[in-house]
Design a protein around this ligand. Structure first.
Ligand code: ADP
Ligand code: ASP
Ligand code: MG
Length: 918
């Protein structure tokens, strides 16, 4: 019986016990499975026939064949010869580390194996979760002479010991534990040697790390057998032969592996085989591995060797998602993928599947199905030759199937005028890169041949840059090359999909989504197979980019992370409107608005996933923290799972308004009814607008004029379609509209003001309305929108606050004293009346003479301005096209509900600019 792959004892002279090979018939009764195997040892530990005592302790009938290779056993083969059955009768299952993380999970795996009614089953098993990491850690510790490797090894032992105690009993338990302890004592000896040497060879390391799979496979096979079902376990090092390559990978030798498999099977014929994933042997019988996460690859190779009907890869997610579900919470399961698509996804970092898993199965058209062991009701993802058919109504027509990213890259840019038209430059560059063993992940060269840029893993870039500097020293000195530049901290974002090949516009949509998320692209590549478009970005932008493109291709909704500043009258009304509408927007329009924060001047409420708007008032009270606008902004924008951020300023604060520029620079969209920014200093306003125009970041402020009425958008529409504004004249203040609509001679002016105040139409201090400043701000906003370069101070404003009352301390005092001035206003009204006119407080933009004014004017009773009621606004645009009759917008232009409605419609405008369906 081969209990361990080989056993080792290390004495002071670093001797190593030989491997053994045992014919089956001599060890009957020994379980789990009699197997014959030997491994030549790493050269640092020469074999010694004399040092075999520990092996003999465990089985008196053991025969030792030191240094015997598998081929040496062939003489004994004929006795048990059984032809290897191949074909559809075989189902291959692979269980990842997460599936065998605990004893309960191992039992669960056994149940799944047993319940599969396939005629024959081959199960490939990973090490228990985290074990491979622990094993690598042992080596690192020993190699760096950190003696905590001893306790770390104890932890590995304990993990398996306690799992075995849970799972097994009787002889099975005793045999497994004796094997485990034996292996661990060998490992201890090996690690000690590594510790002493301060060095480890690749083959030693591979030998050590592969133990996780040896133990899990043995435990599982005991558990299956315990339920009365026969099975054999396979140490795949006896079967899988691979050739190491220069790029730290291995290539399977299928012919040799098949030969070995036939031999193995003839000695271990079984309908259920439990095989170790990850481990293999070189042609020289040296233990090796298929490298990290290689069990998927093991399963695929086994599938090919058996010509299996299907390879099922069991893991902890429902299948292959359209993007890494840890990064994009809205990623969707892809029901079907072609081999090429799966390969591209896995190569570009979707670690649900090892990239090399595809090739072996593709050769025989064997489908792979990825399934979730924790959710058996999920059908999983099927990977097969063609993924074109529709799967259960899932939209497989989307040209992009999924997105993946690779982090920790650097770009190298080799640039110079001397490169153009010189044959061999690219070859010289890449041979220098090859010489330092670096892996080139993408390459891009513009057809001007002025520069070649490529991405390599960050850890390799220093060596690459040095190699290039030295290879091109002469060209650099002579100026034929201008530089070899390194751009660190990059990531790759790749879009994958077979249908991209025949669909125009995919890259346009992709890059447009990135532009809209304000993400700069450093380099791009698309091979002519067109299965993949690759973009290199700044690392810090990568997750945001992933989410932006993901949501753009309708794989998830147009999602906007919002921060609401100022939950006062307007802010609160907006939050309530959002509360009532977000579900409909999500369902019907694919727009997902998430309020990630609400801040007042004193308290703020932050959420990681979106505030429950039905409870925002109470949450703000209960969970509010001290307001800090910078922290607030960072929270709302720093959220990585939502591609777009919008801050909604519902204050009237100029300090908040002064942040807009900075926010837009950061790619944060700004929406506001706050007039302060657009009516503030002209230079700042111009800077803000210029920034807005250059970037793909939006700044919407419809509700600054006329609340929810379409004033700014109407004006823009006129200008953008080539109309010329001659004049804009209007009643812009709901308060003053109300006052003059009701000042009809039946009550005094002060009585009407008091009535308006009572009805809540005025500011707390009515002088804020009567002074006309607010109207002047609206005039300046429209004037600037029409292209006039005016400051607020350029607008003459006729104030309705009598001179002596301007300095009056309180609003109450003002209201008390206002009646003293009633006669002046009564006289004005009377004069107008006599000419069949009314008084109206208006703002005027005179685009022809480039000026504006705010004043009390008289209008004929037949004029539209004279027909108003309540607190309506009315705005008349006289333009080259609307010359005889102005274009008039009229309606309620004040109040929290309509203003909030205006802000809300700006938010939806933003969503549609960001790609929401209309
Ligand atoms: P196992 O131990 O079963 O082999 P892995 O950790 O190697 O599991 O792979 C599964 C993990 O891959 C998932 O838990 C998931 O977080 C991650 N993953 C990354 N990208 C994707 C993707 N596009 N689809 C599904 N899973 C992905
Ligand atoms: N156990 C190995 C690893 O963690 C192989 C695998 O699980 O795929 O890398
Ligand atoms: Mg894996």
């Amino acid at each position: 019986m081969l209990m361990a792959a080989f056993s080792a004892t290390i004495s002071g002279s670093s001797r190593f016990l030989s491997p053994t090979s045992l014919p089956k018939r001599k060890i009957s009764g020994f379980s789990p499975s009699p197997q014959c195997r030997s491994f030549p040892l790493p050269k640092a530990f020469p074999l010694s026939r004399s040092n075999i005592s520990s092996r003999l302790e465990r089985g008196k009938s053991l025969t030792i064949h030191a240094q015997t290779s598998v081929s040496d056993i062939s003489v004994e083969k004929s006795v048990d010869e059984v032809n290897l059955p191949q074909g559809d009768m075989w189902a291959v299952h692979k269980f990842g580390g997460t599936c065998v993380g605990t004893s309960q999970r191992i039992k669960n795996v056994a149940d799944i194996i047993i319940s599969d009614d396939s005629e024959r089953k081959l199960v490939v098993i990973s090490a228990m979760s985290k074990v491979t990491d622990m094993m690598y850690d042992l080596i690192n510790k020993a190699q760096s002479r950190d003696d905590s490797y001893v306790s770390a090894l104890d932890a590995v032992l304990e993990k398996h010991n306690s799992t075995a105690l849970d799972l097994l009993d009787g002889d099975d338990l005793a045999t497994f534990l004796s094997q485990l302890h034996h292996d661990v004592s060998n490992l201890k000896a090996m690690l000690r040697a590594i510790y002493i040497a301060g060095h480890v060879t690749a083959s030693f390391s591979d030998f050590v790390v592969g133990h996780g799979e040896l133990w899990s496979a043995q435990m599982l096979s005991y558990v299956v057998r315990k339920s009365g079902i026969d099975c054999k376990w396979m140490d795949t090092r006896e079967v899988l032969i691979v050739n190491p390559t220069s790029s730290n990978q291995v290539d399977p030798d299928f012919t040799e592996s098949e030969r070995k498999l036939e031999k193995w099977f003839s000695q271990n014929p079984s309908k259920i085989i439990i095989a170790t994933g990850f481990i293999a042997s070189t042609p020289q019988n040296i233990p090796t591995t298929l490298k990290r996460d290689g069990s998927d690859f093991s399963a695929a190779i086994m599938g090919a060797l058996f010509r299996a009907r299907q390879v099922t890869i069991w893991t902890d997610v429902d299948g292959v998602y359209s993007a890494d579900p840890r990064k994009v919470s809205e990623a969707v399961i892809l029901r079907k993928l072609s081999y090429q698509e799966a390969w591209e996804m896995s190569y570009f970092g979707a670690n649900v599947l090892h990239p090399r898993t595809i090739i072996p199965v593709m050769r025989y058209d064997i489908p792979i199905v990825i399934r979730n062991i924790f959710n058996l009701s999920a059908p999983g993802t099927k990977i097969c030759r063609s993924a074109s058919d529709d799967v259960d109504g899932q939209n497989v027509d989307s040209p992009v199937k999924g997105f993946a990213t690779i982090d920790n890259l650097a770009l190298v840019n080799v640039e110079g005028t001397g490169m153009a038209g010189v044959p061999g430059t690219a070859s010289a560059i890449f041979s220098a890169v090859k010489d330092v063993g670096a892996n080139v992940i993408m390459i891009s060269q513009a057809s001007s041949e002025h520069s070649v840029c490529f991405a390599v893993p960050e850890k390799e870039v220093k060596a690459v840059a040095e190699a290039l500097q030295s290879r091109f020293r002469q060209a650099l000195d002579a100026g034929r090359l201008s530089q070899v530049a390194v751009i660190p901290n990059c990531s790759i974002l790749a879009a994958v999909g077979q249908k991209m090949a025949s669909t125009p516009g995919v890259s346009a949509t992709l890059f447009n989504a990135l532009a809209k998320a304000n993400i700069n692209i450093r380099a791009i590549a698309q091979g002519c197979s067109e299965y993949n478009i690759t973009a290199v970005l700044k690392r810090e932008d990568c997750i945001r980019a992933l989410r932006a493109v993901h949501s753009r291709f309708y794989l998830s909704r147009t999602t906007i992370a919002m921060g609401i500043i100022g939950p006062g009258l307007i802010g609160a009304a907006l939050l309530d409107q959002l509360r009532d509408q977000v579900a409909v927007l999500k369902e019907e329009f694919n727009i997902d608005l998430r309020v990630m924060g609400i801040t007042g001047s004193r308290t703020m409420l932050l959420s990681e996933v979106g505030i429950d708007l039905s409870r925002w008032r109470e949450l703000l009270k209960q969970k509010g923290q001290v307001a800090d606008l910078e922290k607030f902004t960072q929270h709302v924008h720093g959220n990585h799972f939502i591609p777009n951020t919008a801050l909604v300023d519902c204050t009237a604060d100029s300090n908040v308004a002064s942040c807009y520029h900075d926010w837009l620079c950061k790619g944060i969209h700004v929406i506001t009814p706050n007039k302060k920014a657009n009516s503030g200093p002209l230079d700042k306003y111009l800077k803000l607008r210029a920034l807005q125009r250059q970037s793909y970041t939006h700044y919407f402020y419809e509700a600054t004029v006329g609340a929810g009425l379409p004033i700014v958008s109407t004006l823009r529409g006129l200008l953008e379609t080539g109309d010329r504004i001659l004049r804009i004249e209007g009643i812009f203040s709901g308060t003053l509209s109300y006052i003059f609509n009701n000042f009809t001679g039946t009550r005094t002016f002060s009585e009407v003001v008091a009535e308006a105040k009572e009805a809540g139409y005025t500011e707390p201090d009515p002088r804020d309305d009567l002074s006309g400043t607010d109207v002047a701000r609206k005039v300046i906003i429209l004037a600037r929108e029409s292209g006039l370069k005016l400051e607020l101070s350029d607008i003459p404003v006729q104030t309705l606050v009598p001179e002596p009352l301007r300095a009056t301390a309180s609003a109450e005092d003002f209201m008390k004293q206002l009646p003293q001035f009633d006669t002046d206003m009564a006289k004005e009204r009377q004069d107008a009346e006599e000419s069949r006119e009314v008084l109206r407080y208006v703002g005027v933009v005179d685009a022809i003479n480039q000026k504006g004014v705010v004043e009390l004017r008289r209008y004929n009773k037949s004029h539209p301005f004279a027909q108003l009621s309540g607190s309506d606004n009315i705005i008349a645009f006289t333009t080259t096209r609307y010359k005889e009759q102005p274009l008039i917008v009229r309606g309620p232009g004040a109040g929290a509900q309509v203003t909030a409605g205006g802000v809300f419609s700006d938010i939806l405008r933003l969503a549609s600019y960001l790609g929401a369906p209309s």
